[in-house]
Design a protein around this ligand. Structure first.
Ligand code: ADP
Length: 546
């Protein structure tokens, strides 16, 4: 027997329709690429998204066609997502921080038909365009007054391009399982692989994300996604903010501490989201200038492990609650968020911060398990580590064009490539990426734990730990440290700080001070480059033993 409720497919355009009707006057404030702040509303954004859809249709874009965006977070980029999905086409966010050859690879692999790009990326695309036969038109996200001379094929300024239509358009009716968006994983190994989000997964994920133990987003909030839309589906904020009716502040191209702080305060932001490196720059700017945060109440931190010291600082010095989240491109992208459950009601400060430093539990729509190398399930005791596997309504079941083959186990779980523990209350903690874990004498050492501990040292700005070959133990940890500006420290000072806080055999065998640690296109520490950099390194104790 079937239920007798209406069939109302979960489609992305329903989100902007809802926002325009219920929260039509709520603002979208953007730092434009041209410079000044720009203000619009959800009602106006919907109207312009209808024009985008209508104009794309006139351009010959059809159901399922891929349309790329290479852009910062601004109102124009926001509108393009709704225009593209409302026509039944598929937005493909291109990460400008990828190597040019990777950008060409993913655009060709996705067979993008049109590219929306910011002024910033014109020189890059002029160089790449001979390698990109599928792109028929480049639409520059600006107006005629700011449009430069360019050799890009059929280039037009966005404002002129959408003004050729009147917006009298009806969103195309679609199956909720139709493709809505695409994002390629950075592909630390092999070629990048395309993840294809559906309308349904975007909508379900956003409903999950606005909930109190996740983003905790309401109509009373102003949210600023510092995380770029091109990083892992923009953490779904393009959909979750209008769904909640929250006011949206978009930082455009300026993600430095000064600019981020200016918007947080100037636009009275209550909730923000980004990777730890962004918050490192913000915190050091605030510390150096004795600044405070007057409206911000919550910051969502993910993409790489948020050091416990950062959580303490936000909470105790700035009165801002940290929601530590874990996710990945293959998951729409949130996989877990740390909310302190009532089970910890009696916990002391130390235990509470230990809990908050975990990546947290799976929200509804996500199922999790940890398994050993034979696929056997491991206990949730908070100590045993295993491969983290996930299944759910917003988890990829395959990559675009079948790259990588069958990616699920026999029960439909996807291997995240992460190693984690799960405690009896369901809180998951990432111990490492499976390829970064340090294997010492047959036991595993978590590079993330060591990094988090090292950055707790007051003189340390950033730390990375890699495994280096060792004749007796197979591998031992090497700690690579960037000191804070104008600080000096000795190896013994750093190691002394770590001793007693971790098992003795986890203490790194050596410390190397560097000026900079390499990062990936999504702001993570680039372990492959570091390992390459230290491939001829020998521990002093090993060298001494001859
Ligand atoms: P990339 O394209 O850089 O792989 P993703 O965002 O898909 O981008 O990366 C997902 C990976 O990032 C996860 O598998 C995990 O290793 C890491 N990650 C994300 N969030 C966290 C977190 N809070 N703590 C530790 N690692 C994280």
């Amino acid at each position: 027997m079937l239920g007798l409720m209406q069939d109302w497919p979960l489609l992305c355009h329903r989100v902007i329709d809802h926002a325009a009707i219920q929260h039509g006057r709520r603002e979208i404030v953007s730092r434009s690429v041209e410079g000044p702040l720009h203000r619009t509303t959800y009602a106006e954004a919907r109207q312009r998204a209808l024009k985008v859809a209508q104009r794309l249709e006139r351009e010959g874009i059809r159901l399922g066609d891929r349309v790329a965006t290479l852009a910062w977070n601004t109102w124009r980029h926001f509108e393009t997502w709704y225009g593209i999905t409302g026509l039944g086409a598929v937005y493909h966010t291109v990460n400008p921080r990828l190597f040019p050859e990777q950008i060409a690879y993913i655009i060709n692999h996705a067979e993008d038909r049109l590219l929306f790009l910011d002024l910033t990326f014109i020189p890059l695309m002029e160089k790449l365009q001979p390698q990109l036969p599928t792109i028929r038109r480049y639409v520059v996200l600006t107006d005629a007054a700011h449009m430069p001379e360019t050799s890009l094929r059929n280039a037009v300024p966005y404002e002129d391009w959408i003004s050729e239509v009147d917006g009298d358009f009806r969103w195309v009716p679609l199956d909720e399982n139709a493709a809505a968006g695409m994002c390629y994983t950075s592909g630390t190994t092999g070629n990048p692989k395309g993840v294809v989000y559906s309308h349904r997964s975007n909508v379900l994920h956003s409903m999950m994300a606005v909930a109190p133990d996740a983003f905790d987003l309401s109509v009373r909030d102003t949210i600023m996604p510092v995380v770029p839309f091109f990083h892992a589906n923009g953490w779904s904020i393009v959909f979750s903010a209008p769904m909640a009716g929250a006011r949206l502040v978009l930082p455009g191209p300026k993600l430095d501490g000064v600019s981020v702080y200016e918007l947080l305060e100037g636009e009275r932001v209550t909730m923000t989201a980004g990777v730890p490196t962004v918050w490192l720059t913000l915190l050091s700017h605030m510390e150096a200038n004795g600044l405070k945060l007057s409206t911000l109440r919550r910051v969502l931190i993910g993409g790489s492990a948020c050091p416990r010291a950062m959580i303490e600082k936000f909470e105790e010095q700035y009165g801002v609650q940290v929601a530590h989240a874990w996710g990945m491109t293959e998951m729409n992208p949130i996989g877990s968020i740390c909310a302190v459950k009532p089970d910890y009601a009696a916990a002391d400060r130390e235990t509470l911060f230990d809990v908050k430093a975990k990546q947290g539990s799976a929200p509804f729509t996500v199922e999790m398990k940890i398994v050993d190398d034979d696929g056997k399930e491991l206990p949730w005791d908070g100590k045993t580590f295993g491969r983290l596997m996930v299944r759910g309504a917003c988890v990829a079941r395959a990559y675009f064009k079948g790259e990588g083959g069958d990616i699920l186990d026999k029960d439909g779980f996807f291997d995240t490539g992460d190693v984690a523990t799960i405690d009896p209350y369901g809180a998951m903690q990432i111990t490492d990426r499976s390829k970064d874990v340090i294997k010492s004498g047959g036991e595993w050492i978590s590079s993330i734990d060591l990094e988090n501990l090292a950055v707790g040292h007051p003189k340390v700005a950033e730390a990375a730990v890699i495994g280096v070959k060792h004749p007796k133990w197979g591998e031992r940890p090497l700690l690579v440290v960037v000191l804070k500006k104008d600080q000096s420290a000795t190896k013994d000072e750093i190691l002394g700080f770590m001793q007693g806080k971790i098992a003795k055999w986890w203490v790194p065998d050596d410390v190397v001070f560097v000026d900079e640690i390499p990062h990936t296109a999504t702001g993570k520490i680039q372990k492959t480059t570091l390992r390459e950099q230290f491939k001829n390194y020998t521990f002093p104790s090993v060298a001494a033993a001859g």
